[in-house]
Design a binder for this molecule. Structure first.
Ligand code: FES
Length: 175
């Protein structure tokens, strides 16, 4: 069986449904407002959002799939492909760029075995990922921690004041 025939929605558990319904209950006026929370829930659980996920969320919210697709294609946070187990998001906005974030990102790429010049392939695609599937590295915009630039979000952890010399130890701590 190829990956394309594996539908994420077939793996939805009772607990997952309960969690989704609890999120929807926060929006009694319009279930549509639960679209983003459900997309986050889905991506956190499955790693990315396939067609069946889009259909499942749309159906749960009494929407059409295009209502969900437009969110997935608008927000770069959401992916339609599997990324690395650890995702390193380096801020490239002004304060971080001036403090060396481009060099820091290059060092992260080198440390995990990604070509530093490999481009992100666009909305919905996974960011460049190491051959062993453990790490993805990408640039993001301001992470609202400009005073401690340069910073990166490593999975859900904000790492501040990063120097290139710090990078190997940071990577090691997520192996
Ligand atoms: S510019 Fe990097 S956190 Fe704001």
């Amino acid at each position: 069986m190829t990956q394309a025939t594996t539908r994420q929605a077939d793996s939805v558990t009772v607990d997952f449904v309960a969690e989704a319904e609890e999120l929807i209950s926060h929006y009694p006026v319009s279930k549509r407002s639960a679209s983003l929370p459900l997309l986050h829930l889905w991506q956190n659980h499955f790693g990315f959002i396939d067609d069946s996920g889009i259909e499942w969320i749309a159906s749960k919210l009494d929407l059409t799939p295009v209502n969900i697709i437009e969110l997935v294609t608008f927000y770069p946070w959401f992916r339609r492909e599997q990324a690395g187990k650890t995702i390193i998001r380096v801020c490239r906005t002004l304060a971080c760029a001036l403090a060396g974030s481009y060099e820091v990102k290059e060092k992260f790429c080198q440390s995990v075995g990604i070509d530093p010049h490999e481009e992100h392939h666009g909305f919905g695609c996974a960011p460049p990922t190491s051959p062993d599937g453990r790490f993805s590295v990408e640039f993001v915009e301001c992470l609202a921690s400009c005073g401690s630039a340069p910073v990166a979000l490593v999975n859900d952890d904000l790492v501040e004041n990063i120097t290139t010399a710090d990078v190997p130890a940071i990577v090691e701590s997520y192996k």
